[in-house]
Design a protein around this ligand. Structure first.
Ligand code: C2E
Ligand code: CA
Ligand code: CA
Length: 711
């Protein structure tokens, strides 16, 4: 009800245009006006209240006696009076004033009032006072505010949609349009079904409605389709709005686009299970798939295969061309491997230059499964064996591949991976770029190796080593020295050749201790020989492995041993192999020079089998080159071997280094070598490696061995 209109009626009815009429009809008027919710009051031209009804007084929170006869300023207080002051002036000038304002009374709640001041003008035009007519609109204001809040809330970043109880869309917000691509005009009136992507089946929606109907709500991830056709994931909440009788009147759907979150989740998943460089599954994911494949194989009886692939010479590429190039190669190979395989196979990068392939679901017949695995391995080998070019660099890759089959869960994952590893190592040691199948003999070999390693540890403690000496002679047949060759006297297995345990000792690091012992023994022997007139001039050549040579304190070690044994450094010759000399040339030269200044000499062993660069060969303080025995063995029958032998002699001459040939077994080999200019010899022809005492006897007789002479 609009209080203003009603009051004017009342005013008209009672003809209250003069103060006197008030007095006469006061009682009646009060009775009537006290029963309307509107505020009614009369203020005279001096701004004193002359009349007020109950509603007005209640609103002010005052009783009649605190209002009537009082000045508006005193009644309304300091807060309201300044707001109304100008309006009083206006109404007293004869104009009607409408207003709306809010006030805080002692209850500290905001009260809104909407009202009018109506001037009371006498017949002669004089303004005698004015009526105050108003209503409390606090509730209406609050409702309006609620609506504003609701409207603002509706316009959030989440897509919102309100449907009627039948599901027809009534309203959507701006975010809905941004996310779905549909404008409000396009959406309103439609059923939200038009947003579906087709990715969910009937059962999915049935479950959704079941939840809405029973609990009033559903929440979950759903794939919808945007107007542009793109399918995207969103997080959707649907709530039913019910009336007082529990009947659903509306549904409110709110959704957020979770594409970005999904992408982040996907990235995290990738980091955990995929190799970031090649994007192939990593070891963890691979093992998981292997586990599944083993279980499946246990069920259906089909065999599976594991292929372990290790690139040959990848380290060299990485070291010489940089890691960026290495990375490019790995990526390119990952791509090629991926392209080679069927769907259902898994290729994974285990780390470094190692890849592993899982072929599940092969034949139930082991033989047939092996044939297929072999064919795939060959395809893989060929796909890797290609040239890649990186800018101006061209690199030809090859790989060593190990294959093993599995059936069910009969072996553990660890064992399977170990077997593939063993087979791969077999490929590596058999010239690379090949494929080997695991066979149990490899495990036996591994076992042997493990025992050997343990035995070797014991051998060091129990000093089971001894040294044999092999004579080195000149063209007059005179013994000039000996090569110290280590022997392992195994308590059960007898004599073990260094070819069988030195590589293992190098791998395990045990060579450091063994090597030091050999040096000590050889130097002690030198010192002993120095006291014998017939042997004082002899040198001893000691083989030094790369690991030993690269120890930081190698120079000190050698010097200490020389000092402790009292051996003449000038009689000690250290044999290095070419493979020891490929890295850190400056460091090598430094170490060699430090020893050379003390008189120690150096020989380059197995020369011709490695990859020495001639440019730095000339910078090394070497005294001797040893032609590898394979050239000596072959040179009489093989032109290439002969040519190499000749070239080495020529090289020695031009670099001013002595050339010694080793492995000479026949007189004709010696004669050939003499003809091409090689005058230092070592081999079975003169003597096998023999114990020191035997060697000493040999030296006593050596002058008699004139058959060695070649003049
Ligand atoms: P290497 O340094 O090239 O030693 C020469 C090898 O050729 C020796 O084998 C020797 O017995 C053998 N040999 C000598 N003359 C002939 C011959 O006329 N015909 C044939 N067929 N072979 C001959 P060994 O003693 O079995 O040593 C094998 C390898 O083990 C050595 O090759 C060397 O690389 C390593 N080695 C031996 N002793 C030591 C050592 O004390 N320290 C280190 N680090 N390595 C050693
Ligand atoms: Ca040697
Ligand atoms: Ca050699």
């Amino acid at each position: 009800m609009d209080g203003t209109v009603d009051m004017e009626k009342i005013v008209g009815e009672y003809g209250m245009q003069a103060e006197e009429k008030f007095q006469g009809n006061g009682q009646k008027l009060r009775l009537i006006t006290d029963n309307v919710p509107a505020f009614i009051a009369y203020v005279d031209s001096d701004l004193h209240y002359r009349f007020s009804n109950k509603s007005y007084e209640n609103w002010l929170g005052k009783s009649s006696k605190d209002v009537i006869g009082k000045h508006v300023k005193d009644v309304l207080g300091d807060e309201a009076y300044p707001i109304q002051k100008e309006r009083y002036a206006s109404v007293l000038s004869g104009k009607r004033v409408n207003f709306e304002y809010s006030l805080r009374f002692s209850d500290n709640k905001e009260h809104y009032i909407s009202g009018s001041f109506v001037p009371d003008i006498s017949d002669d035009g004089e303004v005698k006072g004015f009526f105050v007519l108003g209503t409390d609109i606090t509730e209406r204001k609050q409702a309006e505010e609620q609506l504003q809040i609701a409207a603002a809330a509706f316009e959030t970043g989440d897509g919102m949609m309100i449907t009627d109880s039948e599901g027809a869309i009534l309203r959507v917000n701006h975010a809905f349009t941004i996310i779905t691509g549909y404008t409000a005009e396009e959406a309103v009136g439609k059923n939200p079904r038009f947003l579906q992507s087709g990715r969910h089946n009937k059962a999915f929606f049935a479950a959704m409605w079941e939840s809405i109907n029973s609990t009033g709500q559903w929440q979950g991830e759903i794939f919808d389709q945007r107007k542009n056709g793109e399918v995207y994931p969103k997080w959707l909440t649907i709530s039913a709005v019910k009336d007082d009788n529990d009947n659903t009147t509306h549904y409110v759907g709110s959704h957020s686009d979770i594409t970005v979150r999904k992408q982040a989740e996907e990235r995290i998943r990738k980091l955990a299970f995929y190799d970031p460089l090649t994007e192939l599954p990593n070891r963890a994911l691979f093992q998981d798939r292997l586990r599944q494949a083993m279980t499946a194989s246990g069920r259906d009886g089909r065999h599976g295969a594991l292929l372990l692939i290790d690139l040959d010479n990848f380290k060299t590429l990485n070291d010489t061309r940089g890691h960026a190039t290495g990375d490019k190669l790995l990526k390119s190979i990952a791509q090629r491997l991926d392209n080679t395989l069927r769907e259902g196979d898994t290729v994974s990068r285990l780390g470094g230059d190692e890849f592993m392939i899982l072929l599940p679901g092969l034949s139930t017949v082991k033989q047939d499964a092996a044939i297929v695995a072999g064919k795939v391995a060959e395809k893989v080998r060929l796909s890797i064996s290609q040239s890649d070019s990186f800018g101006s660099i061209s690199h030809h890759s090859t790989a060593s591949i190990g294959v093993t089959l599995f059936s069910g869960n009969e072996s553990s994952i660890d064992d399977l991976m170990k077997r593939a590893d063993l087979a791969m190592y077999k490929s590596k040691s058999c010239g690379r770029n090949t494929i080997y199948f695991f066979d149990p003999a490899m495990e036996t070999a591994l076992l042997k190796r493990i025992t050997l390693e343990a035995d070797l540890r014991l051998a060091i403690q129990e000093n089971q080593f001894l040294i044999h000496y092999q004579a080195q002679v000149d063209n007059k047949g005179r013994v000039t020295g000996a090569e110290a060759l280590v022997r392992w006297m195994h308590p059960e297995k007898g004599m073990i050749s260094p070819a069988d345990f030195i590589p293992l000792a190098e791998e395990t690091g045990q060579i450091l201790l063994v090597g030091q012992w050999i040096l000590e023994a050889a130097c002690a022997r030198l010192a002993e020989w120095a006291t014998r007139p017939k042997m004082a001039h002899l040198t001893i050549s000691v083989n030094v492995s790369a690991k030993q040579f690269f120890q930081g304190d190698f120079v000190d070690q050698v010097l200490t041993i020389l000092k402790d044994t009292g051996a003449n450094p000038g009689r000690l010759k250290l044999e290095l192999t070419e493979s020891a000399l490929v890295e850190n040339v400056e460091g090598i030269i430094e170490t060699m020079l430090a020893l050379k200044t003390r008189g120690v000499r150096f020989s380059l062993d197995d020369f011709g089998t490695g990859y020495s660069s001639l440019s730095y060969l000339s910078r090394l303080p070497l005294e001797q080159l040893k032609i590898d025995l394979c050239f000596v063995r072959d040179m009489l029958a093989d032109k290439n071997a002969a040519a190499i032998a000749k070239a080495i002699v020529g090289l020695g001459e031009s670099l001013d280094m002595e050339v010694m040939a080793e492995g000479i077994e026949t007189k004709s080999q010696q004669e050939f070598l003499a003809r091409i200019g090689c005058h230092r010899y070592q081999g079975y022809l003169y003597s096998r490696p023999i114990p020191a005492e035997k060697f000493e006897e040999l030296c006593d007789e050596s002058l008699a061995c004139t058959s060695w002479r070649v003049d």
